[in-house]
Design a protein around this ligand. Structure first.
Ligand code: ZN
Length: 680
């Protein structure tokens, strides 16, 4: 082997594989593999540019590019999330820009765009999946500015760069102003109500800073703990004020990291970009990749939900006020809500843990899958894996045909990213004579089992497991042959949480709880009174939570829908109007919520925050079909599988929903689920 020819046989990422030898992947393999991969895919891309007349084989060869990138880059980013190390992270970060650059080359490729247009005219109308694939590609080219020429094209690029920088600056301001806040305390009584572990941490921080007493910061968990537990109204108010004035012209650091100008600039740039590519507003631009049909539809949806929830939210506030015995300020609500909950429900999350041993919960989940879809989940011989606690399962039809498989990596450990997620490991593909069955990663962060007891879950963790398994089923049960539309790929993102949230609903059902809830030592079933209390906790103060989310969503959407360069954003005016319409708690005049709203000003939720509620409506309504027919009704499950799970991104999400439900989505099931409809 000469020095100029890399030895591929030594790099597990470059050896031909469906699944790589995970345990053999080392940080030093990453960059050579990525460079080799991209060089090869650039050759494929050049060949694709040079075809005379694009046809379906051409389309399939382009799909191979994303399959190949997943095959090499997928395991790298997966391992960076679950078994990270400084050298791996460094290698990963070095390659990120290379991958992004290739993505830009694809997304900005005018020759490909022209080929797609030619193909759109030629493709058989009886091929809906291919037509959808082409339509999505053309849409994304348009949203990326490829259709522009000359000065507008240049301007679009500039806008995108400026937006990226300003959105990052917005986030930086929020972080800096959050980090700048400290509360120093020498009087222990002023901290009454805070949990011991918070006090310990505060004492340690004070010692580190070299003074007596306690020092509390403004990170989100501390803010939430103070709001819910601090007995001192003065301390709660101080925290509230610091939190809602971050990065603004108000509060303890007024004007220091003020996001006011950035908000204006970001909205102006988004509006201009949307208009350049042919939309009236950024709200319209945002909806181009979503299930909701029009801005009007989103606003009506939020207003309808808001109006119906507000009645109940007012009642809940009245109940809380009566309980507190005085008028509640914005910083009192979480505190009294927490107290009332403990008094009324007498249910501690931790109390249920012994009833949810992980092996039993998994068995119950797989049994549910068999009952609903007539499919078998069984542990299979494990391929090479990245960590010893990983398990491997196969999903099969009763006749033994393999549908797909998945890894579970369920326990928290150092160097593993927090939270829970489903990741596509291999997407289903059937292209030009090659086919591959889908494979998923199902990742959680539960407590690992101990020598003498299994991993025990809280009910919230049970919900998490069902949620991620819902995404897993979506990934595995797809019948689409094109990877970019298979499973969750290409699904409108206000609809992608439908299967996952749908499956969560089963974790509240007594039939399911009696099955998965068994005491790990005695085998006793979860008592009926606990099941009942658990279900009451689901609807506790749900109206207040609902109107709060609707306030955020309506504010975000109206801001992007109503913006004009002449008027500017009217950010505080829109927020005030929305609050008058849907909120039940009047915030103080210094409240600058918008200035810290990172989801919308620096994240991916611009004119998209409504998606949370939208997907909840879909999943509650889908589950209602099961409640009507019987929660384990196989015919209903089969309809759901065929219309929603099997079709992935290959068809319009609303059409798929209507095929399943026989009508468009309805709000009532969500309101009923939140206990709101029944109280009106
Ligand atoms: Zn999810």
């Amino acid at each position: 082997m000469s020095e100029t020819t890399p030895d591929h046989s030594a790099n597990p990422l470059l050896v031909s594989h469906t699944l790589p030898e995970f345990s053999a992947i080392k940080p030093e393999h990453v960059e050579p593999a990525v460079r080799e991969l991209l060089a090869e895919q650039r050759r494929v891309l050049v060949a694709a540019e040079n075809v005379a007349t694009p046809d379906l084989d051409w389309l399939r060869s382009l799909e191979h590019i994303s399959t190949e990138i997943d095959r090499v880059w997928g395991p790298i980013s997966h391992m960076n999330s679950v078994v990270s190390s400084p050298p791996l992270r460094e290698a990963f970060n070095r390659c990120l820009p290379l991958i992004a650059e290739f993505g830009t080359e694809l997304g900005q490729n005018e020759t490909l765009y022209r080929h797609f247009r030619t193909l759109q005219e030629r493709v058989d109308p009886a091929k809906p999946v291919e037509r959808q694939l082409i339509a999505n590609a053309l849409r994304d080219f348009r949203l990326g500015g490829v259709t522009l020429t000359g000065a507008p094209r240049q301007r679009f690029k500039e806008i995108m760069q400026q937006l990226a920088a300003q959105q990052a600056k917005f986030e930086q301001n929020v972080m800096d102003s959050t980090d700048a806040f400290e509360h120093r305390e020498t009087d222990r009584a002023a901290l009454e109500g805070l949990p011991q572990f918070v006090l310990d941490r505060a004492a340690a921080l004070a010692a580190e800073r070299g003074f007596e007493g306690w020092c509390l910061r403004l990170d989100p968990p501390t803010y939430q703990t103070v709001s819910a537990h601090a007995e001192s109204p003065a301390l709660r108010e101080k925290y509230y004020q610091a939190w809602v004035t971050r990065a603004s012209d108000q509060g303890p650091h007024a004007g220091r990291w003020d996001n006011s100008a950035l908000i204006e600039e970001i909205l102006a740039l988004r509006h201009e970009a949307a208009q350049l590519v042919g939309f009236k507003t950024f709200a319209e631009f945002s909806l181009a990749t979503k299930m909701a049909e029009s801005p009007r539809r989103v606003i009506d949806f939020l207003r309808d939900l808001g109006e119906r929830s507000r009645v109940v939210a007012r009642e809940e506030l009245a109940m809380l006020t009566e309980y507190a015995g005085r008028k509640l300020e914005a910083w009192d609500v979480a505190f009294y809500a927490e107290r009332l909950k403990q008094e009324k429900l007498e249910l501690a999350e931790e109390e249920l843990r012994p009833y949810f041993p992980l092996p039993r919960v998994l068995d119950g989940l797989f049994k549910l899958c068999a009952t609903l879809f007539d499919l078998r989940v069984a542990e299979a011989p494990r391929p090479d894996v990245w960590h010893d606690s990983v398990r491997y399962y196969e999903l099969k039809r009763p006749d033994g045909t393999l549908i797909g498989s998945f890894f579970t990596d369920l326990f928290a450990r150092p160097n593993k990213r927090g939270g829970a997620w489903m990741g596509g490991c291999v997407s289903r593909a059937k292209l030009n004579g090659r086919s591959q069955a889908p494979i998923a990663y199902l990742v959680c962060n539960f407590n690992a089992p101990a020598a003498d007891k299994p991993s025990l879950l809280t009910h919230t963790e049970v919900i998490t497991l069902f949620h991620e398994f819902g995404h897993t089923l979506h990934h595995l049960l797809t019948e689409v042959d094109y990877p970019s539309l298979a499973g969750t790929n290409g699904v409108a993102w206000d609809a992608v949480e439908l299967p996952s949230q749908f499956l969560e609903n089963f974790t509240w059902r007594p039939e399911v709880l009696r099955d998965i809830g068994r005491h790990f030592e005695t085998g006793a079933p979860l008592p009926d009174d606990k099941i009942e209390t658990l279900n009451r906790s689901r609807t506790f103060l749900a109206g207040l939570a609902m109107v709060r989310q609707i306030e955020f969503a309506l504010f975000d959407f109206r801001l992007h829908d109503e913006y004009t360069p002449e008027r500017g954003s009217r950010v505080q005016a829109v927020l005030d109007e929305v609050r008058r319409e849907v909120a039940v708690i009047e915030p103080p005049a210094y409240n600058r919520f918008a200035h810290g709203f990172g989801h919308v000003f620096s994240g991916a939720y611009a004119a998209g925050y409504y998606s949370y509620k939208w997907a909840e409506v879909l999943s509650a309504d889908a589950f209602a079909a099961f409640e009507e027919a019987g929660v384990f009704d196989r015919a209903t499950a089969e309809r759901f599988r065929r219309a929603v799970l099997a079709t992935g991104g290959s068809r319009n999400a609303l059409d798929a929903f209507i095929e399943f439900r026989g009508r468009p989505p309805d709000l009532d099931p969500l309101l009923k689920q939140a206990g709101i409809a029944t109280r009106q």
